[in-house]
Design a protein around this ligand. Structure first.
Ligand code: OSB
Ligand code: MG
Length: 373
């Protein structure tokens, strides 16, 4: 086994997969998932990753077009031909390039997969994770009526999901949350606003204190840690940050000023496994829980989410639901399945432990580009 890995090719393929049902958040409705499947080649093997950007810059500023541009013109050239002893070295190679963490994450995570395949070890073990199954929850999009929401929530809770996350937006918040709380008095539940409110709405969040929510995710603007700190001081329910936390440094500062008491870690948002582990370490050292968020990933990104969730600080169920919550047919075969006890198994094979199914990639894949030095 060579100690030094050299990346001698990078591929991106556009994949478009229809969602079983539209997914609505405060920033829009998603009917399908369009993303880049990214490959890196080295040592005669291939590593895979799923870029979590979509076609529209609604969750954050990145899109599939910006990810392609970054990989082709800025990040790819910095990675190709570089000797790599450990995937922790990848993000520093990109340090001169500001932001664009989803693009960086896609390459970084593909190198982790490749590294795991070369070392013949699952990414979870290489990260220091110990669990072989992790408890999971489900994120439920905005529904037309509170009754529809209750139907969905009841079905998912009965299936075994250990925590229900309800998407909210101004005007569709207290009433739907109260309806679910009435129907499921004991369900661990929370709300996610995706940055849709300002501090003027503080009374809405104060009323949520009566609903026994585990947390309220990203109520305010993504670039406003200060307002989140002010809000947290005025409510009892813990604030959880998603969009606002991009780096270990963001996490340090958020905890320092009291902007949140929980962090939703998304691999794509933070630039991949190495930064995700550092954010986890910061939170754990200070006694704050983290959990793994989701971006409606296919089985490739889903596997990555399960690997990072094996770290000990991921003490709350995340958003990594079973394949059947999103797809008639996943990109990987077999699909990811929710166990009746509300857990999902972490793949045991080398690297991610899954690869795209060739027939399904033919069905859902498309434009393909390949970059070499
Ligand atoms: O804010 O967590 C979010 C999906 C797309 C964009 C943002 C978010 C989400 C989800 C879904 O909540 C999580 C999932 O099931 O993958
Ligand atoms: Mg969120």
């Amino acid at each position: 086994m060579a100690d030094v890995l050299r990346i001698d090719g990078i591929g991106i393929e556009r994949v478009v997969m229809p969602l079983k049902a539209p997914f609505e958040t405060s920033f829009g409705v998603e009917r399908e998932r369009a993303f880049w499947l990214v490959t890196v080649e080295g040592g005669g093997l291939t590593g895979y990753a799923e870029s979590v950007a979509g076609d529209e810059p609604y969750y954050n500023e990145e899109t599939n077009d910006t990810v392609r541009h970054m990989i082709r013109d800025h990040l790819g050239p910095r990675l190709l031909g570089q000797p790599i002893e450990h995937p922790d070295e990848v993000l520093p190679l990109f340090a001169q390039v500001r932001g664009n963490r989803m693009a960086k994450a896609a390459l970084e995570m593909a190198v982790w997969d490749l590294y795991g395949r070369v070392r013949n070890a699952p990414i979870s073990a290489l990260l220091g994770g110990a669990r072989d199954r992790v408890p999971v929850g489900v994120s439920i999009g905005i529904q037309a009526t509170p009754a529809d929401l209750v139907t969905q929530a009841t079905r998912f809770f009965a299936a075994g999901y250990r925590r229900l996350k309800i998407k909210i937006r101004p005007g569709l918040d207290l009433e739907p949350l109260r309806a679910v709380r009435r129907a499921l008095p004991d369900a661990p539940m929370m709300a996610d606003a995706n940055s849709a409110y300002s501090l003027e709405a503080v009374s809405v969040f104060q009323e949520m204190d009566a609903l026994d929510l585990l947390m309220i995710e990203q109520p305010l603007a993504e670039d406003d840690l200060v307002d989140h700190a002010e809000l947290q001081a005025l409510i009892k329910t813990p604030v959880c940050l998603d969009e606002s936390i991009r780096t270990q440094d963001d996490a340090q500062k958020a905890f320092r000023i009291g902007a949140c008491r929980v962090i939703n870690i998304k691999l794509g948002r933070v630039g991949g496994f190495s930064e995700a582990r550092r954010i986890h370490d910061v939170a754990r050292a200070q006694g704050y829980p983290v959990w793994c968020g989701g971006m409606l990933e296919s089985g490739i990104g889903r596997a990555a989410n399960l690997h990072i969730t094996t770290l000990p600080g991921f003490t709350l169920p995340g958003d990594t639901s079973g394949s059947d919550r999103y797809w008639e047919e996943d990109l990987v075969d077999p699909p990811f399945v929710l166990e009746p006890d509300g857990t999902m198994a972490v793949p045991r094979g080398p690297g991610l432990g899954v690869v795209p199914d060739p027939r399904r990639l033919k069905r859902y894949g498309g434009v393909h580009e390949h970059f070499v030095k």
